[in-house]
Ligand binder design. Structure first.
Ligand SMILES: [Zn+2]
Length: 142
């Protein structure tokens, strides 16, 4: 069984065998390792591209540079993203530069994390989380 995953480095849709763990997985286009997933900073177009093309759950952190708890959560979000490579795709939306996107999803306060599967919103969490809490929360949707 294969699963479609959007390369976090170049945006190419990769069709990869679905496995419990991966020793190696490189993007067919840019050759970057998809096991070293960094949260991708996206705008509306990029976010929609990933939501419609990704067959793994997609997690989106709505944040802003002026928001202390958001900035504080950044290292935890990056560490959780790396650990959950090919299980959950991690995105970030800067609500300062993408105000329409925050409004579209009814974001009231930040940080707010949304989880999507097959383009549908399936989970919300408001407030800062640790790496362990992020992984525990995200795992519920895998
Ligand atoms: Zn790539």
């Amino acid at each position: 069984m294969n699963v479609k995953v959007v390369c976090p480095s170049c945006g190419k849709v990769n069709n990869i065998p679905k496995k419990e763990t991966y020793a190696k997985a490189n993007c067919g286009q840019c050759k970057a390792s998809m096991l070293d997933q960094k949260p991708l900073d996206v705008n509306r177009t990029e976010m929609l591209h990933i939501l419609v093309n990704s067959e793994i759950p997609v997690m989106v952190d709505f944040w802003a540079p002026w928001c202390g708890p958001c900035v504080q959560m950044t290292p935890a979000y990056e560490a959780a993203s790396k650990e959950m490579s090919l299980k959950v795709q991690f995105l970030k939306v800067n609500t300062e530069t993408n105000q329409g996107l925050g409004a579209l999803y009814g974001i009231q306060s930040i940080p707010t994390i949304l989880m999507f599967k097959d383009g549908e919103e399936i989970g919300t969490n408001t407030g800062s989380l640790t790496k362990e809490e992020l992984i525990r929360w995200a795992t519920r949707f895998t």
